[in-house]
Design a protein around this ligand. Structure first.
Ligand SMILES: Cc1ncc(COP(=O)(O)O)c(C=O)c1O
Length: 399
């Protein structure tokens, strides 16, 4: 029986998330799956987490099992604040930080705070498809801002700011090793972006889950650390550098803005899991987190370089792709007029999968891109997978 229940208007926007749906298709072990965005499971510090969780429970069991204030477990927020000072040049008091269940929740809370029906939300073009999933329930219009290899293109950004004026309520960006392109913004582009955002008084959500996964040198300064307007909200996450299963992430914002995030959270979910916060805090206290991240970086860098060299070898010249310097993903662009959704059929016949890129664009109707994830695949699978994908692309190009 199909229920005749009457939903709210926003429920009409809810459709299955294509990437999560793809996980079903690609769970067949024969399929070499470049579609997922999961961190490499063999790199999870299972033994260390087990030890930290055990000690957390024995030492402060009742604390972890109890309700907690919405802003989160103070020792963990103190450690995040120290880390931000050491690695990001961010001078954040623990009181400027609130813990969430994943940064996906930070995106949703941003929608609650900034977006009304009919408002415009700006995103990079392309961007993380999860931002559309999170924010569409607030019934905005999404507008994509053109980007190139250095980040948001300032002239195009300004033109959009002028065209839509005060209808624009929020811009969501991923300046570091972006999902889906792996691109990182240059420092001058960060400065130009912030200058324009401040001039137009635009709240900016800087989502930064991949920042520490840089393959060379140090990460670039965050928008939050460079901003003087107080309107940048920074989302950080342990998902890609420790373990997504704990669902521990955080919002960092100017105090009066953070208060609004805390009040919104009190209505939405009360607090993030105390036990998970205590466990991660213990892990940070007892284990060498920097060494762990270095291990992930080394493995991902090798996988990335291998994938890029194979794409250079296997793909026709008319197919271009990004060359990530960090993160987990690369974005492939087919020649104009080709549709990546059609290519996916050919690829699946070869037992290889990727994510079609149309979900990464606000409303631009770009259909000729797709995303590949190199992070969670052993090198021999990357080799075999790229050979199959190259074969599928050549067959498809010849059609
Ligand atoms: C850009 C971006 N933001 C947020 C998320 C969700 O992260 P979390 O596990 O912290 O909710 C992802 C996950 O892939 C992501 O790529």
């Amino acid at each position: 029986m199909v229920s005749k229940v009457r939903y709210a208007k926003r429920a009409g926007t809810l459709k299955p998330d294509e990437i999560r749906e793809m996980i079903k298709i690609t769970s067949n072990p024969k399929v070499i799956n470049f579609a997922g965005g999961l961190p490499a499971p063999e790199l999870f510090p299972v033994a260390e987490m087990a030890r930290a969780t055990g000690i957390a429970l024995t030492e402060s069991g009742a604390v972890g099992l109890q309700y907690h204030a919405t802003d989160g477990y103070l020792p963990l927020r103190e450690k995040i604040s120290e880390r931000l000072a050491r690695l990001s040049g961010v001078n954040a008091d623990p009181a400027d930080i609130m813990i969430t269940n994943g940064s996906q929740q930070g995106i949703d809370l941003s929608g609650r705070l900034f977006v009304d029906e009919g408002d415009i939300v700006l995103t990079e073009s392309p961007t993380y498809s999860g931002v559309f999933n999170a924010l569409k329930v607030y019934l905005p219009e999404f507008v994509g801002v053109p980007t190139d290899d250095d980040g948001v293109v300032p002239e195009a950004f300004e033109e959009i700011l002028k065209r839509y004026g005060e209808r624009i309520k929020l811009m969501y960006v991923i300046p570091d090793y972006q999902n889906p392109s792996g691109r990182v913004w240059s420092v001058p582009r960060r400065a130009a972006f912030l200058e324009l955002a401040a001039r137009y008084e635009l709240p900016v959500v800087e989502d930064s889950p991949y920042r520490e996964l840089c393959f060379e040198g140090e990460p670039r300064p965050t928008l939050f650390s460079m901003d003087k307007s107080g309107m940048v909200v920074h989302l950080g996450s342990f998902s890609k550098i420790l373990a997504p299963g704990y669902r521990v992430s955080y919002v960092l914002a100017e105090r009066s803005i953070l208060d609004k995030y805390i009040y919104a959270s009190q209505g939405a979910f009360l607090q993030a899991s105390t036990e998970n916060q205590v466990a991660i805090d213990k892990y940070l206290e007892l284990c060498d987190f920097d060494a762990h991240i270095e291990k992930i970086r080394t493995v991902y860098k090798r996988r990335c370089e291998l994938m890029i060299s194979l794409m250079e070898k296997e793909f026709p010249e008319s197919v271009t792709f990004t060359r990530p310097k960090g993160g987990m993903f690369a974005l492939v662009t087919l020649p104009e007029g080709k549709n990546a959704r059609d290519l996916l059929k050919t690829a699946l016949a070869e037992d290889v999968a990727f994510v079609v890129g149309d979900a990464f664009y606000a409303a631009e109707g770009v259909v000729n891109t797709f995303r590949v994830c190199y992070a969670n695949m052993p090198e021999e699978r990357i080799e075999e997978g790229m050979r199959r994908l190259g074969k599928a692309i050549r067959a498809f190009a010849a059609k």
